[in-house]
Ligand binder design. Structure first.
Ligand SMILES: Cc1cc2nc3c(=O)[nH]c(=O)nc-3n(C[C@H](O)[C@H](O)[C@H](O)COP(=O)(O)OP(=O)(O)OC[C@H]3O[C@@H](n4cnc5c(N)ncnc54)[C@H](O)[C@@H]3O)c2cc1C
Length: 508
């Protein structure tokens, strides 16, 4: 392992890998990743990437759908930039070898998802993320970019207000080391593992957000946790709930109560294709009303051949668990899926700390507002990773310091399950101010349990505690219901509360 590198990337999902392939034109890149290289949220993305390709579509429509779903909090200029850059970058992935599904004319077969007024989801059947991850990893290999697995980045090294490197732990030999860099790029993904039921794999413990917060970076809009309405009830694979893509409803799947009655039209004129916040809340309301632990998602009225061709992975996995989706409905529940908030960055992915960049799900760029439009996250990662890579042309060389203080990461008990239970009880789809205050007290207690030292499980517990605190503090600031944040005491949006909630450790 070198002691110094030009660009150090933390994370090997779409954001980190896209950046690495492009920034390698301007200097030496090293990617550190905490488990195996393909262990990422990216690898599980089913639906696809939103981009304007259809002659019936336009940038204006995609921008409007994004803004509408974001419930008044999207940063319009950034949304416009992202949407306009989308088609070229998606085409680039295709040219790199991504086997996106095509129609009989050889054009992208475009899927439909909730909140989109047109078909615009480019996909590779129902395993789009896996296909993207495969192609990007091949590109990394082809370009000779260094990538090291089982390296858990623990904390950032900041000197004179600049990020200069990271502390990391090699989980094979248990050694902690430092590496310096001219720029550090956090692409550590989401934080779904803070919840008991999540579609995210075990890597998603919010590490990058916690590290950036501890280093003093600004963190924004953490209250907006997106719950996917349809994860299979009681089925866990490798530590995550199995997701039934929104594309299933896009192709005609219908949500029903346990006794078989469709209910979405009662909650939104868009019915089953309403934005995710509305659908997830509707599912929870129906579960409460019928005292049921799940609702049903029915696609058995669609043609068997079509289901098997369009959703091969969903069909196979459900069948393994004894559910034949061509004949019977799937029991589903909402599960934590995506965090809209994160490390605050500008349109070049620069954080509030010099030489620290953040990309993908761990970043807050302003594009998602109070609710992410389906399939905009892969797009966001692609666009901002490309912009950040372009920025590397301006990064100056800095000499590593002679000595660095011992790393400040803390150790303590494994609090993962305590945190998951707390989040499910008090920071779920429906919240109350009383519950948020209780959660704040609990998390302050957990914080006291950590002392200097290091152990991987506890490093993740420590990060989860910090991220839970950020979600709670942001949720307490937002005394209204907007997008994904629904507060019983304030059930409506407050028209004068249209700003982001920003938190920084040093209070700036
Ligand atoms: C089941 C599922 C389906 C989805 N479907 C879609 C979809 O159809 N369309 C869409 O747009 N979005 C979808 N999403 C969301 C989207 O997949 C993610 O937002 C996106 O892939 C995030 O990419 P990323 O590169 O930011 O992070 P990730 O892909 O999660 O990668 C994060 C990387 O960081 C590494 N890492 C984390 N912490 C550390 C650390 N401390 N040290 C070293 N490495 C670390 C991880 O190991 C991993 O390699 C879906 C998400 C899930 C879970």
């Amino acid at each position: 392992m070198p002691k110094k590198i030009d660009f150090l990337v933390v994370g090997s999902g779409i954001a980190g890998l896209t950046f690495a392939t492009k920034a390698s034109a301007y200097g030496k890149v090293l990617v550190l990743t905490k488990k195996r290289k393909a262990d990422s949220n990216t690898n599980y993305a089913q639906g696809g990437i939103a981009a304007v390709f259809s002659p019936k579509d336009s940038f204006k429509l995609h921008i409007n759908d994004t803004l509408k779903t974001g419930a008044g909090l999207c940063h319009k200029d950034v949304v416009e930039m992202m949407v306009k850059k989308g088609p070229v970058l998606v085409k680039e992935l295709y040219n790199m070898g991504c086997r996106f599904s095509l129609n009989s004319d050889g054009e992208f077969a475009l899927g439909q998802e909730g909140g989109h007024s047109r078909r615009r989801i480019v996909h590779a059947r129902d395993h789009t993320g896996q296909e993207i991850e495969r192609v990007l990893l091949e590109e990394i290999k082809e370009k000779g970019i260094s990538l090291s697995e089982n390296e858990v980045v623990l904390d950032l090294i900041t000197i004179d207000g600049e990020c200069r490197g990271v502390y990391f732990l090699n989980t094979n030999n248990k050694e902690i080391d430092v590496i310096y860099a001219n720029a550090v790029i956090l692409a550590t993904g989401g934080a779904g593992q803070l919840y008991l039921h999540t579609t995210n794999p075990p890597i998603a413990t919010g590490d990058g957000i916690a590290m950036a917060y501890r280093a003093g970076a600004k963190i924004a809009n953490m209250e907006f946790v997106q719950f996917h309405p349809t994860a299979v009830y009681n089925i866990n694979i490798d530590g995550r709930a199995f997701l039934i893509s929104e594309a299933v409803r896009g192709e005609g799947g219908i949500l029903k109560t346990k006794d078989g009655k469709p209910f979405m039209k009662r909650y939104s004129p868009a019915g089953d294709l309403a934005p995710r916040d509305i659908v997830a809340r509707a599912c929870v309301m129906e579960m409460i009303k019928s005292k049921s632990k799940y609702v049903l998602l029915d696609l058995s009225h669609l043609k068997t051949g079509f289901i098997k061709k369009r959703f091969p992975m969903i069909y196979e996995i459900c069948l393994e668990w004894g559910i034949d989706i061509t004949r019977e409905p799937i029991p589903v529940v909402p599960a934590a899926h995506y965090i809209c908030g994160g490390i605050m960055v500008n349109s070049w992915a620069e954080s509030s700390i010099k030489k620290l960049f953040a990309l993908g799900e761990c970043a807050f760029t302003g594009v998602h507002g109070a609710n992410r439009l389906a399939s905009n996250s892969l797009l966001e990662a692609l666009v901002f990773a490309t912009r950040a890579a372009e920025r590397m042309q301006r990064i100056t060389d800095v000499k590593p310091p002679k000595r660095t203080k011992t790393q400040p990461v803390k150790t303590g008990p494994n609090l993962k399950f305590a945190i998951k239970e707390m989040m499910v009880q008090y920071l779920n789809v429906i919240r109350s101010e009383k519950g948020l205050k209780k959660a704040k007290q609990m998390v302050e207690g957990y914080e006291k349990a950590f002392e200097p030292g290091i152990h991987i499980i506890n490093a993740e517990s420590c990060n989860m505690t910090d991220v839970a605190k950020l979600i709670i503090l942001s949720a307490l600031q937002r005394k209204e219901s907007r997008g994904l944040h629904y507060l019983l005491e304030y059930p409506k949006p407050n028209p004068s509360f249209t700003h982001d909630t920003v938190i920084a450790k040093n209070g700036q």
